[in-house]
Structures are given as C-alpha cells and as structure tokens.
Design a protein around this ligand. Structure first.
Ligand code: PGA
Length: 256
C-alpha cells in the first residue's frame, strides 16, 4: 500500500449470507474492533440487509455497500434493484462485476460498464471486480484478460470518477472461495499491471491515486504479506468477512 498517495480500503463481501437480524449482530461485533482503523472499512451486504446495516453502522467508521445494481432507474426488470433504490436506503458503495455475477448470472463487460456508469452518475462509489479464470492464467493471458475487462468496464467513465469514486478489486477467479490465495508476488504483479492500464487510459496521476484491492481467500493469516505490496491497496474479503475477529484482523493489517 502507498497510504500517502491513495486510500487503503478493506471491504467485506458477504455474498448470499445473513438475514437483517444477523447483519446487525455481525456489524455490532465488528464495530468496536475496527473503530481505530487507519483505512476505509466497508461491508457489502445482501439487498435486504442494507437498511438494517445502515442503521447499525451509524456513528461508526463503517460504510455499507450493495453487491450489485441495475443500470436503469426503474422499469420492467423483474428482480433487479436500481441506483435510486440503493441511495434511498443509504448504501454508499456497490460491488460491480464480481466473478460470481459473471460466471453464474451472465454478466458481461458490457453490462458491467452500464452498471458502473449508472452507479457513478447516481452518486454511488463502485468496487469494480476484474480477474482471470484459471484457464486464462494457464494460457498466459492474465494481462490481456484484465486489460480487456478494465478497458470495457470503465469505457466512458471520467478520470475524476476513476480517481475518487472507483476502487478496482483484482480477484483471480481461481482464488475465490477456494482457499487458494494468489501469492503476494502474483497479486502485486497483476495489481501493478492494472495500474499501468489505468495510466494508459487516464494518465499517471489518476493511476497513482486509484485504490486497487486484491481479493481471493484473503484472511487474517495472509493479509499482512499481501498488503505489504506497494500496489495492493486493500482487500475485498469474502469468507473471512463473515467472522468479526478475522475481518478485524485484516483491517488491522491494513492499518499498519
Ligand atoms: P473469498 O471471496 O475471500 O471468500 O475468496 C472473495 C470475493 O469473492 O470477493
């Protein structure tokens, strides 16, 4: 991390876990443990937990994120949730382009781009997920894959928004929920590469100021090592974000 140049952000991605009552319980447990954090702390929660989570984080340093959002303001999109709806219940962030959305729900870079632009236009901060499949890594096309994702996902997004309102999360798909973490060198290599792609699109200054997280089996035991890398500016945490002590340990690692 280069905390003097860009923000370190630790974000939990709870995925399809926790009821509203359980969300309050977990946030109440996390709050005292992260109150002195020297990084931004975000919890990404299921849609139905957002109102309870927003209420529970009041007066603390924790922010609430949604896990997806549709690009239209309203309309005939059964099962979808819009930016004004998320704003109305107090969400400040939204995770977009998570590999589970891409893998299981037909998300493409084009729809990720639409969602990203709508979220930013509506005043949400975006955690944009990119990352290669195992087959892509084995074929030696990791850089091509993340470069294509970044270019399409951010098409039409302003430099100002990229610098201030977009967090990129590099999440190698083979490391998500598998217990197989990328080595800190692998994370650093791709995060540094993503920064060069952003520099190519938006210039050095924007690239240097953009927070680029690593995600994929980050936990209390490996967070220190991963976060010691200059281009790893935080983490998007799945499994370990569901346990208050583990999540707090990662926040503590990012606060050093
Ligand atoms: P994991 O998930 O930490 O459980 O691997 C990370 C993510 O999907 O964001």
């Amino acid at each position: 991390m280069k905390k003097n140049v860009r923000k370190a952000v630790i974000a939990g991605n709870w995925k399809m876990n926790k009821t509203p009552a359980e969300a309050i319980e977990l946030i109440d447990a996390i709050k005292p443990l992260v109150k002195d954090a020297d990084c931004d702390v975000v919890v990404g929660v299921p849609y139905v937990c957002i109102p309870a989570a927003v209420e529970a984080v009041k007066g603390s340093n924790i922010k609430v994120s949604a896990e997806n959002v549709h690009w239209a303001e309203s309309g005939a999109f059964t099962g979808e949730i819009s930016v004004p709806m998320l704003k109305a219940v107090g969400a400040e962030y939204v995770i977009i382009g998570h590999s589970e959305r891409r893998q299981y729900f037909g998300e493409t870079d084009e729809t990720v781009n639409l969602r990203t632009k709508a979220a930013l236009a509506g005043g949400l901060k975006v955690i944009l997920c990119v990352g290669e499949l195992l087959a892509e890594r084995e074929q030696g096309i990791t850089f091509e894959t993340v470069s294509k994702q970044i270019k399409i996902d951010l098409a039409g997004v302003s430099a100002e928004d990229v610098k201030n309102n977009v967090i990129v999360a590099y999440e190698p798909v083979w490391a998500i929920g598998t217990g197989k973490t990328a080595t800190s060198d692998q994370a650093e290599e791709v995060n540094a590469y993503i920064r060069t792609v952003i520099a190519g699109l938006y210039g050095e200054e924007v690239a240097e100021g953009t927070t680029i997280q690593y995600g994929g089996s980050m936990n209390a035991a490996n967070a220190d090592e991963l976060l010691s890398k200059v281009n790893v500016d935080g983490g998007l945490i799945g499994g370990a974000s569901l346990k208050a002590n583990d999540f707090a340990a990662i926040v503590a690692a990012a606060s050093k």
